[in-house]
Design a protein. Structure first.
Length: 309
């Protein structure tokens, strides 16, 4: 068995794939090729993507899309309709109004935010299962799968790797880490995943956790920010107010069997009080959470303990 690593720059991040196999090179090459396809398929910024076609013809007609894209949109719509969550795949107009993380980021006017909010109702995403057609009923609507795509893509890669007989691998899709099987190079046979310390520069960990056959997804308000004379604004927007979420949580990590599950719940739960996050996670099967607050408290459902600095 040989362990080999490949680093790929895609989806606006650095992706690292580590695979143990008798012949890992062609497997890594196939993963890289698939990632390029997935980047195009799920992109809300690529003018030639099917998703952009869906957005372009909002209010005019539906667009038939690839089954994988349809599947993710359908999944996203289901969770976007939960009344108390913050996930909303129709949030595209609001994201573009702020555009935090891009060179043209700015603080929009209240009127601009209200205009965007009027176009983000997920109930106006019409789906036709028979032909995999997506129709945005209101002109100006835009689907943005940025909150879910990396997790879904990670799960697609896991499916492929298991199909070709890979029993040990670590996939890092920039904030989404998936551990397949055991780590052959570590004494405890686990992969060790660092949880970023929100108060320190990138690469400084608040804690490091052992992981086997699980996904680790972290979302935090420290990741992308817009700094202006009027203040600092993070990129996690409140679907109800249109402004960055007001919260005492700086980082939320979800551990789950599927990476898209982690994406769903980091987005749904971010901005809620710690007690509410912990209660919701306790009701979910095979899901754990690590919450870090602005004061440095760490809540970990795996051990049911709280660490206070």
């Amino acid at each position: 068995m040989t362990t080999q690593t490949r680093t790929i720059h895609l989806m606006g991040t650095v992706i690292t794939l580590t695979v143990t196999h008798d012949d890992p090179e062609p497997i890594l090459a196939t993963c890289a090729a698939r990632l390029k396809i997935y980047e195009h398929r799920f992109s809300a910024n690529d003018a030639a993507s099917e998703l952009m076609q869906v957005n372009r013809f909002a209010g005019q007609h539906g667009v038939q899309v690839h089954p994988e894209l349809y599947d993710l949109i359908k999944l996203g719509k289901f969770y976007s309709r939960l009344p108390d969550g913050n996930l909303n795949i129709a949030i595209g107009p609001l994201v573009k109004t702020w555009h935090i993380g891009f060179a043209d980021a700015r603080v929009p006017s209240h009127a601009e935010i209200q205009t965007a909010l009027a176009k983000i109702d997920p109930n106006n995403i019409q789906l036709d299962d028979a032909v995999h057609q997506v129709f945005l009923l209101q002109a100006g609507m835009e689907i943005d799968l940025g909150a879910l795509a990396k997790g879904y893509i990670g799960d697609l890669l896991v499916r492929y790797l298991k199909k070709v007989g890979v029993t040990s691998a670590l996939l890092n899709l920039g904030g989404n880490v998936i551990a397949i099987g055991q780590n052959p190079s570590h004494t405890d046979q686990a992969w060790h995943v660092g949880i970023q310390d929100p108060k320190l520069p990138l690469g400084n960990y608040k804690l490091v956790i052992p992981v086997v056959n699980r996904s680790v997804v972290t979302s935090g308000i420290y990741e992308r920010q817009l700094v202006t004379q009027s203040g600092t604004y993070h990129h996690i927007l409140d679907r109800h107010t249109g402004y960055p979420i007001e919260t005492n949580v700086t980082s939320l990590t979800i551990l789950s069997n599927q990476s898209v599950t982690g994406e769903i719940w980091t987005t749904e739960l971010f901005g809620k009080p710690v007690a509410s996050i912990l209660k919701t996670v306790s009701l979910l099967s095979d899901v754990d959470a690590i919450v870090i607050t602005q004061s440095g408290q760490v809540y970990d459902t795996r051990t049911k303990t709280t660490m206070i600095e």
